[in-house]
Design a protein around this ligand. Structure first.
Ligand SMILES: [Fe+2]
Ligand SMILES: [Fe+2]
Length: 280
């Protein structure tokens, strides 16, 4: 009898799935966030960043993929690319919906395209992965807040928009470690990671402020103080503001030894998958 036995073939699977979605916003009203122009435009603002922003994430990770030896991480990269590509696609549909209300998200999308092309021109591959890690930390922490804060997410009064944003929020948490693991695998260090986060933050907040004023102005809502008051309270309220709650997790990124998985969101993701009726 031979001592040799066949090794069991282990099928490696990604740690999270790619879900095919196909949203339609044909019946969605203009101010779908509780009838509030400021918050609706804030979400429109974020949505305008995704088609080319998420393409940048995918391109950055793809650019260094051949350096990754770990088969599990390779599988997760594939699923990450699949999820982000689906987000880009569905937010492009969202952005088309906005056109029906003369909200021009296409111009904003193209500004992001130009910005990302410029960033790509002046940076190295490793820097772009560092920028992706920084932005993925933003998306993951913003998404986690949205999942936790029922008082905020219930303000999304349109069921289609609610499902789109909550689906996206689940997946941002599911894949939040992938870009970071890639960064570490290609030898990315602390200083590049944190200095990139600092620059990315300035750029990210600057773009959001610019787009927000632009969207409100074009919509004739720039001087709607009641709408501003509601929006600013929702975002920056000292105790319960959505963005106020992001400050602490944001600062954690600057800790040496930080890793996105230190914030365990698996139970939260599981709860929300069940809530949205996802079987995987
Ligand atoms: Fe995404
Ligand atoms: Fe992401």
């Amino acid at each position: 009898m031979t001592a040799e036995t066949a090794a069991p073939s282990v099928q490696i699977r990604a740690n999270f799935p790619v879900r095919r979605m196909d949203f339609s916003f044909a019946d969605t009203g203009k101010y779908w966030w509780s009838g509030n122009p400021f918050m609706t435009q804030f979400m429109n603002n974020l949505s305008s960043l995704f088609p080319y922003g998420e393409k940048f994430f995918v391109d950055s990770v793809r650019g260094v993929r051949e350096e990754i030896k770990d088969p599990q991480l390779q599988k997760d990269i594939s699923a990450f690319i699949g999820q982000e590509a689906m987000h880009s696609k569905e937010h492009a549909t969202y952005n088309e919906y906005a056109e029906a209300y003369n909200i021009d998200l296409h111009t904003l999308e193209l500004r992001i395209k130009v910005l990302m092309e410029w960033v790509t021109k002046i940076t190295t591959k490793k820097m772009r992965v560092a920028a992706t890690c920084a932005l993925e930390h933003f998306t993951a922490t913003m998404a986690e807040q949205l999942l936790i804060r029922e008082d905020i997410n219930m303000q999304m009064t349109d069921p289609r928009m609610y499902k789109l944003w909550m689906w996206h929020a689940i997946e941002e948490n599911e894949h939040k470690s992938v870009a970071y693991d890639v960064y570490q695998a290609i030898g990315g260090g602390y200083w590049l990671r944190t200095s990139t986060m600092l620059l990315t933050t300035i750029l990210f907040l600057g773009v959001i402020a610019w787009f927000q004023v632009d969207l409100l102005r074009k919509d004739g809502q720039l001087f709607n103080w009641k709408s501003w008051k509601y929006g600013l309270k929702t975002l920056f309220g000292p105790r319960n503001g959505y963005i106020t709650g992001l400050i602490k997790p944001y600062l954690q990124y600057y800790k040496p030894g930080f890793h996105p998985a230190q914030q365990d969101t698996r139970t939260l993701e599981k709860t929300w998958r069940a809530k949205l009726g996802f079987t995987n």
